[in-house]
Design a protein around this ligand. Sequence first.
Ligand code: GLN
Length: 192
Amino acid sequence: MPVVGVLALQGDVREHCAALEKIGVEVREVRVPAALEGVDGLIFPGGESTAIAHLLNTSGLREGLASSIGDGLPVFGTCAGLILLSSKILDGRDDQWSFSALDVTVRRNGYGRQIASFETVVDINDLGEFPGVFIRAPKIESIGQTVSVLATHDHGDGEHPVLVRQANLWGCSFHPELTIDTRLHEAFVASL
Ligand code: GLN
């Protein structure tokens, strides 16, 4: 049974843990570098990317995580977690950093502010219709050649990727952990 970590510094930690427990994997909340030991895959939750980035520095997790990701640790970044994995952030804070691991350019709050949050049905390759909950979601503006698009959404300005995968790294603009549908968590775990 794989051990799946949830980066537990800020954000939708409890919801991701609940989804993983529901599908029967061993869940580990990761707050300190030692907790990464033996983890087969990791989820970066939604929340506030600047706050998580700050806590990654103060917890000492940033360096170890950067090297684990470089060594191929599978990571699924949802919403703010996608921003943290991305190679380029538009409309971020001036000092905002990311792991530059997943070759996508994201625009922070690209679907609008909190008040513009919305739910829609997202059509995911191989999975079909999935509830997409978008809350101050990052918009994927462009992707590198090694990135596969697993789902797109047209918010009135053309289709933009909302779920992508590049080898071991997954990212989505929406919040699968805020629905009762665990199929995306299952797909990530099945890939470990
Ligand atoms: N806009 C948030 C950020 O920049 C992300 C929102 C979310 O995770 N729901 O971190």
